[in-house]
Design a protein around this ligand. Structure first.
Ligand SMILES: Cc1ncc(COP(=O)(O)O)c(C=O)c1O
Length: 462
């Protein structure tokens, strides 16, 4: 077995590091086909990690078809372990790194998720979801055995239609498609609106999993710099004048991830004019919508869903586990999206949609939002104060969202910072993850809900 060195400062947990190193060793022929792997106990002792971590890495490699578990004997390198590098398209390697990053966030480890994109569960528990789930399950009409309907649970779509109307977005309930979260919405839009090789616009920095989804589908991404009041429209206009013809622009009007910034009215109008003149569609990802007011500038209420496709969901304010999101779009596009949804996931869970409906209609959701907004606002104030005392530079003024995008006073590379943070017990995604080309970056995304004395102490030392 080749020597294996785990990095104690890596933001990745040991099992993921080990899995990647062993995967490389197998693919590069350093571990011969048919050879027996070190025992779980021996390797755990050698590396100073838990046996569980080694077992998890071996199981992952078995799932990838690289190891063969033999009952009572151990794990063996598969004879015909086809190197996945050749078995899968090359562009997957880059997106799998992002998958590992997300895994570090969602899997249990001892790191405090200071860079997380979500609020801690303690902040959401006031909704008492368990009670709502039990009450929906107890109803005679609860759908737990059969497929739901194509567009999704109709009463929930009616409620969403009313909520959108309050934001000035007029559409019918038939123009709303329920999805299994915003990731599913993005995936459906990419599949329905783009062909391989099309150019799409993305914001830089922007949401890293969007970049991965676009990579997976073979799209060419053109970055538009994000500024504190929205995308840099001078830069966009000069690209368009230079002949760029994008199919879509994936952006966020409100509480943008990772910068927390929101679009100004003047930019909203100018952006819609550019979309009209150069014939592209804007996907407005409004996942942080419920933290903002109904009157905030949203492209969809200026445009009436002509050039804009609107998406949002409940991962940030109700549950990221229940997986409920939605798309509102012009009727013809919505029909296409609904048909593709039928193909790739048949339906979404009607039972869960009934639970979200129950929360929205009987669950004091508005009161919950008021409390969340208050806590997030207080978090913004105190975290900003702390960062400013420590000399950090922030990207945008205080917002209603959970993020602060900021730079270390000495401009230190955020990958190094993320590694140092992991060694001290804190999880951050390096700023480079938010760049479509993974360029080195000195910026880090802080989540204001994770302001602890330990984080404060660490920040004052770096
Ligand atoms: C901008 C943006 N879009 C989409 C998502 C994915 O949301 P969901 O959990 O609903 O799939 C996130 C999650 O952090 C996000 O920040």
């Amino acid at each position: 077995m080749p020597p294996i060195g785990l990095d104690p400062h890596s933001p990745l947990p040991p099992q993921q590091q080990l899995c990647r190193l062993l995967q490389q060793a197998i693919q590069q022929g350093q571990l011969a086909a048919g050879s027996k792997m070190a025992s779980i106990r021996a390797l755990a002792a050698q590396l100073g990690i838990s046996r569980y971590a080694v077992l998890a890495a071996y199981e992952e490699l078995a799932g990838m078809g690289l190891l063969n578990p033999r009952h009572g004997s151990g794990y063996y390198v598969r004879i015909n372990a086809t190197p996945p590098r050749q078995a899968r398209p090359a562009h997957l390697d880059q997106v799998l790194d992002v998958a590992l990053l997300i895994r570090g966030l969602v899997e249990p480890n001892n790191l405090l998720k200071c860079g997380s994109g979500a609020l801690p569960k303690e902040w959401l528990q006031g909704l008492d979801l368990h009670r709502h789930l039990r009450s929906v399950a107890a109803r005679p009409g609860a759908n737990v055995y059969c497929y739901g309907s194509a567009l999704g649970y109709a009463p929930l779509r009616d409620v969403l239609q009313q909520r959108l109307a309050r934001r000035g977005i007029d559409c019918s309930a038939e123009q709303i498609l329920l999805t299994a979260g915003s990731t599913h919405s993005l995936e459906l839009l990419i599949r329905c609106c783009c062909a391989t090789g099309d150019t799409v616009l993305v914001e830089a920095p922007g949401y890293y999993n969007l970049f991965s989804l676009l990579h997976l589908s073979g799209m060419a991404m053109q970055a538009v710099p994000r500024q504190a009041d929205g995308p840099d429209l001078d830069a966009l206009e000069s690209l368009l004048r230079g002949g760029l013809r994008p199919r879509l622009f994936f952006m966020q009007s409100l509480l943008h991830n990772p910068t927390g910034s929101s679009l100004s009215w003047s930019k909203a109008h100018r952006l819609l004019r550019l979309a009209e003149n150069y014939d592209f569609t804007i996907v407005d990802d409004d996942i942080y919508s419920d933290f903002a007011t109904d009157q905030a500038p949203r492209l969809a209420n200026l445009d009436g869903l002509q050039r804009v496709v609107y998406l949002s969901g409940f991962s940030k304010t109700i549950s990221s586990d229940l997986r409920v999101g939605y798309i509102a779009a012009a009727a013809p596009l919505l029909q296409t999206l609904a048909r593709v949804k039928l193909m790739i996931s048949i339906t979404t869970s009607e039972f869960i949609e009934q639970a979200i409906y129950q929360v929205l209609t009987h669950g004091h959701y508005e009161r919950h939002l008021t409390q969340l907004r208050k806590r997030v606002g207080e978090g913004q104030d105190s975290m900003r104060q702390l960062l400013s005392t420590c000399g950090w530079h922030t990207f945008a003024a205080a917002t209603q969202g959970m993020f602060i995008w900021c730079r270390h006073p000495a401009g230190k590379d955020s990958l190094l910072l993320a590694q140092e943070a992991a060694a001290a017990g804190f999880w951050f995604a390096p700023g480079s993850a938010f760049d479509p080309d993974h360029q080195p970056s000195a910026w880090l995304r802080f989540n204001v809900a994770y302001d602890t004395p330990e984080l404060r102490a660490w920040l004052s030392t770096i």
